[in-house]
Design a protein around this ligand. Structure first.
Ligand SMILES: Nc1nc2c(c(=O)[nH]1)N[C@H]1C(S)=C(S)[C@@H](COP(=O)(O)O)O[C@H]1N2
Ligand SMILES: [Mo]
Length: 199
């Protein structure tokens, strides 16, 4: 008689790890970009939150790095069906970045260097669910993976985790981004398999 529960198979699948429906696990880290990798100098890099009245809160690279840093350890799920377990990041919680911001907005649009956009309800960025990260796996985040810094929203499909993010626009009305305008789901919950509009 086995003392292990059916889900426990040792090394590769510790208890608690789950694969969303229709996904497979990979140890690779595929690069998925809709355009070329932008070259961004740390001397000019900024991250700005623009509230629904046009008020702006900006951080340059030094200011951003001086904020409290956290180390999320999360699983990520791409809509092209790969999932990667146990990824390690370092960055700033959106809770920290939103602290000085007064807003009644319910929606947000992330805007990246290069023009990529993606939308997310503001409540999906708060309460420890999202970060702006600048390190991955013990190294500075590689440019092809979104360096200097990217959004990380691991509970949604990975297209919501905008690489090279530079702005977060807080909005009263939802506004679809790049992939959402191309037919991807507005919300993108991997556990409910919300890949495309209508899922
Ligand atoms: N700026 C920007 N961010 C982006 C994308 C992109 O094309 N441009 N692709 C998205 C998609 S579809 C995925 S799956 C992930 C891929 O991140 P990775 O290349 O680090 O694996 O980034 C997301 N963020
Ligand atoms: Mo993706």
């Amino acid at each position: 008689m086995s003392v292990f529960s059916p889900g426990f198979r040792g090394r590769s699948r510790p208890a608690g790890h789950q694969l969303p429906p229709g996904q497979y696990e990979t140890d690779d880290f595929p690069v998925l970009s809709a355009g070329p990798t932008p070259r961004i100098s740390l001397d000019t890099w900024t991250f700005t939150i623009v509230d629904e009245t046009g008020g702006r809160h900006s951080w340059n690279w030094a200011e951003f790095n001086a904020l409290p840093q956290t180390s999320p350890h999360v699983d990520i799920h791409c809509v092209t069906r790969w999932s990667k377990f146990d990824t390690d990041w370092v960055g700033v919680s959106l809770d920290t970045l939103l602290e000085p911001v007064e807003t009644q907005a319910e929606f947000a649009l992330a805007v990246s260097y290069g023009g990529y956009t993606t939308n997310v309800p503001l409540e999906d960025l708060t309460d420890g669910k999202a970060w702006i990260v600048h390190r991955f796996g013990g190294h500075d985040l590689a440019p092809e993976h979104g360096g200097p810094a990217r959004l990380l929203i691991p509970h949604l499909y990975f297209w919501k985790s905008a690489k090279w993010v530079t702005e977060l626009r807080l909005l009263d009305e939802d506004e679809p981004g790049f992939w959402e305008n191309a037919g991807y789901h507005d919300y993108g919950d991997p556990w409910r398999e919300q890949r495309y509009q209508g899922d």
